[in-house]
Design a protein around this ligand. Structure first.
Ligand code: BG6
Length: 465
């Protein structure tokens, strides 16, 4: 049973793409599952006047790849009856005066807007006294990317910590709310079987991959200011790596889990000469993208974790848009022992691979060699799969936004980033981007620039997916 307290959720950027494809559907799912309390209000803020109830209905009627199931009209009626719209500019103190009416009792401010506006929001919330927790909790859910580099992230953190305590801050990376990412902790630390193998003695290399077969859609205004590495690399992919490689936390608590993730990110070695940046052909003609843009829509880079456990294990990280397929996973490729009995027969050298698969089909896969049935001794690589059951409800696996909203309501920060974690991510990524010139143009529907293949091939390896 999921219990949530009464609350007011104030969303800055209610007409944003994020609110449409993730937040509004997540609220619907919570309503449908009965995990919203009796008393709650959703206040949507955007620049111009909007019929928010109608907006919710339109958004929910449109299926998208995150929200594919049918909707129940009485649930929608009930949800929209709790929705209020406020029009205003985010840098206008008057807006915050208006919000005072709604920010009574437990309040979450959700920043689903352009990162450049964060500063104005923090300053104005403070000016209006909306950070006071006298009548209930006040929490901020802040979307990534948090800052644009280490210096700006530090500046934001300093500003935020003047007005709010770290306990009020929920810096959100929705990958931390994904079932399979959280399941990595169970797989590794809830079982005794695999953990002893996850180190430099047994691992040949690690690949972290996030490929998408679609472009930036209508998000040009945002995307062109960040690019692929800052959009998913600095955050989602580093977090995936951290979950897959961190040491066992001393206990299952926010502090202990975050500490171990942080230790990994801090030990990552930036290798600025081992990065390839690409841009898909036609990107510059996308809506709201500069005709001269040098923004990356693809990246591939190599790194290493400089600690005793993984010393010398190469890690290859790759992500991008308009590629041949959509696939997100962490693959741990094991070394072949020299004395493997079947080393000399065909397929006998295919390595064992452990894959944490985020999409499609969330699950965990172990690739092993098996004998092909028959009179000859032939081998093949076979997948042992853990898949989640697929009951009728397509939202049986809670969407990460649903999970993280519930966590925030419950005051659990385990699957959110703290200041030091975000800053460590930027400290790693900044050197990779310094001096970044023209990205290499690649055709849509391919696997990205050839140079990315060469990056891994020159080490005698290849991309496994
Ligand atoms: C978002 C990025 O954070 O993550 C998008 O801004 C990306 O560009 C998305 O497509 C991927 O998330 P998911 O949940 O679809 O894998």
């Amino acid at each position: 049973m999921v219990d949530t307290p009464p609350f007011n959720l104030i969303i800055f950027g209610i007409t944003s793409n994020l609110a449409q494809i993730k937040l509004i559907p997540a609220l619907y799912d919570m309503a449908e599952k009965g995990i919203l309390p009796e008393n709650f209000t959703v206040v949507g803020v955007s620049r111009s006047h909007t019929d928010l109830q109608k907006h919710f209905r339109i958004v929910l009627a449109e299926h998208n790849r995150h929200h594919e199931h049918d909707i129940n009209s009485s649930v929608v009626d009930n949800l929209t009856s709790k929705v209020v719209h406020i029009a205003g500019q985010l840098d206008d103190p008057l807006l915050y005066e208006k919000l005072k009416t709604y920010a009574k009792g437990n309040t979450i401010f959700y920043l689903a807007t352009y990162p450049e506006l964060y500063k104005d929001i923090f300053v104005n919330l403070n000016k209006a006294g909306l950070n006071s927790q006298e009548n209930g909790f006040v929490r901020l859910m802040i979307e990534k990317p948090f800052g644009a580099d280490l210096a700006s992230a530090k500046e934001l953190d300093m500003l935020l910590l003047e007005f709010f305590s770290e306990k009020q801050l929920y810096r959100l990376d929705h990958y931390l709310g994904k079932e399979t990412i959280q399941n990595i902790l169970t797989f590794r630390f809830g079982n005794g079987l695999f953990e002893p193998l996850l180190n430099k003695t047994f691992i040949d290399h690690i690949q972290v991959t996030s490929l998408e077969n679609f472009g930036i859609g209508k998000r040009g205004g945002y995307y062109d200011t960040v690019g692929a590495l800052k959009d998913v690399g600095q955050n989602h992919l580093l977090q995936m790596l951290a979950f897959a490689t961190m040491d066992v936390p001393s206990e299952f608590s926010n502090e202990a889990v975050t500490l171990e993730r942080l230790k990994i990110v801090k030990k990552l070695l930036p290798m600025p000469d081992k990065i390839v940046l690409g841009q898909y052909k036609g990107y510059k003609t996308e809506e709201n993208v500069s005709k001269k843009s040098i923004t990356d829509t693809f990246f591939a880079f190599k790194t290493q974790i400089q600690n005793e456990r993984y010393e010398g294990v190469p890690i290859y990280i790759r992500g991008g848009k308009q590629l041949s397929k959509t696939l997100t996973e962490i693959a741990i490729v094991f070394k072949n022992p020299d004395n493997r009995l079947f080393n000399n027969i065909q397929s006998g050298q295919i390595p064992n691979v452990l894959i944490y698969r985020i999409q499609p089909n969330e699950g965990i896969v172990l690739k092993i060699l098996t004998k092909k049935p028959g009179h000859d001794f032939e081998l093949e690589s076979t997948a042992m799969n853990f898949d989640y059951p697929k009951p009728d409800a397509s939202h049986y696996l809670p969407d990460p936004y649903e999970r993280l909203l519930v966590d925030c309501l419950r005051g659990d920060q385990t699957f959110f980033n703290d200041a030091s974690e975000i800053e460590a991510q930027w400290a790693f990524v900044d050197p990779l981007l310094s001096g970044h010139g023209q990205p290499i143009i690649y055709d849509s529907g391919t696997d990205g620039p050839k140079e990315a293949d060469n990056l891994i091939k020159s080490d005698g390896r290849s991309w496994i997916s």
